[in-house]
Design a protein around this ligand. Structure first.
Ligand SMILES: CSC[C@H]1O[C@H](OP(=O)(O)O)[C@H](O)[C@@H]1O
Ligand code: ADE
Length: 292
């Protein structure tokens, strides 16, 4: 199978550089329009697809991002490995603004989003015990280190609904009681949907602030976030540019099973499956539903 690297650009990351034959393309999905057109091309011999999560010009709120359309569109184009780039607050003194954290766990506190591709007439349950791909995350870590920023391997990302930032009491609870390391508003349900779509998924959290728990830093300040984002964005682009050298153009089966997540997940008996659902899942679950 041919590899295609997808990049989901977060706040401050609305384009990537250096793609050969780079073109913005429209992709139609059964879940509506993605956040924007998708920028496709080739980097050092590897196919790439870039989607700005909030759209160019930052149009979508964390709640209104069309998560299902975004993942379906990338899957439809052939993305095998998806790298998510996100701005986050930090709950750890040592994870300072400007640092990158390669996230490996999530606490999902979002409440107002569609979180699955499956529904009545086609029921499936995938495991998200290990919601990121260890293989892809390891390579993203290497690429991040090469940019010169301080990179932390592993961390728990608390996904909140937003769009307001947390109260100080919430911030302290997430940090002290729940043990979260960083906080953002977008990686859920994105990571869950990427698993349902059988993609390897890695998440790079770019720390922009200390949220509101830190006695020396006060409340989250969007102007300070935007200033930090400027430097982070340049590093994120360098990280992305380093990925094709680490990932060959041939996709080898994932040793952690990301690309086979649906093998035993579908519960609905073949004769009970809703034809409309089967049609909608042509890209996401086509591998296991083929020949149904
Ligand atoms: C710019 S601060 C809040 C905003 O930034 C993050 O977005 P993303 O995860 O797409 O980088 C955060 O989740 C909020 O949506
Ligand atoms: N403190 C914070 N909380 C939630 N999302 C964020 N994105 C950047 N900083 C954040």
């Amino acid at each position: 199978m041919e590899r295609m690297i997808g990049v989901m650009g977060g706040s401050g990351v609305y384009e990537i550089d250096g793609l050969q034959d780079g073109t913005w393309v429209n992709v139609d999905t059964p879940w509506g329009d993605p956040s924007d057109q998708i920028f496709t091309g080739v980097l050092d011999g590897v196919k790439m697809a870039f989607l700005p999560r909030h759209g160019r010009g930052h149009v979508h709120t964390p709640t209104s991002v069309p998560y299902r359309a975004n993942i379906d569109a990338l899957k439809r184009l052939g993305v095998t490995d998806l790298i998510s780039v996100s701005a986050t607050g930090s709950f750890r003194e040592e994870m300072a603004p400007g640092d990158f954290v390669i996230v490996d766990q999530f606490i999902d506190r979002t409440v107002n989003r569609e979180k699955t591709f499956f529904d009545t007439g086609l029921v499936a349950h995938v495991s998200v015990a290990h919601p990121t791909c260890a293989r892809l995350s390891g390579l993203v870590y290497e690429a991040a280190r090469a940019t010169g920023v301080t990179v932390h391997m592993g961390g728990t990302y608390l996904a909140m609904e937003g769009p307001q930032f947390s109260t100080m009491a919430e911030s302290k609870m997430y940090r002290e009681v729940w043990g979260a390391d960083v906080i953002g508003m977008t990686n859920m349900p994105e990571a869950k949907l990427a698993r349902e779509a059988e993609m390897c998924y890695a998440s790079v959290a770019m720390v922009t602030d200390y949220d509101s728990w830190h006695p020396d830093h006060g409340a989250v300040d969007i102007t300070a976030i935007i200033a930090t984002l400027g430097a982070n964005t340049a590093h994120a682009k360098t990280l992305v540019a380093a990925m094709p050298a680490l990932l060959t153009s041939a996709y080898a089966p994932c040793e952690h099973g990301c690309d086979r997540a649906l093998d035993y997940a579908i519960m609905t008996a073949p004769d009970k499956r809703d034809p409309a659902m089967l049609a909608k899942l042509d890209a996401v679950a086509g591998r296991v539903l083929k020949g149904h």
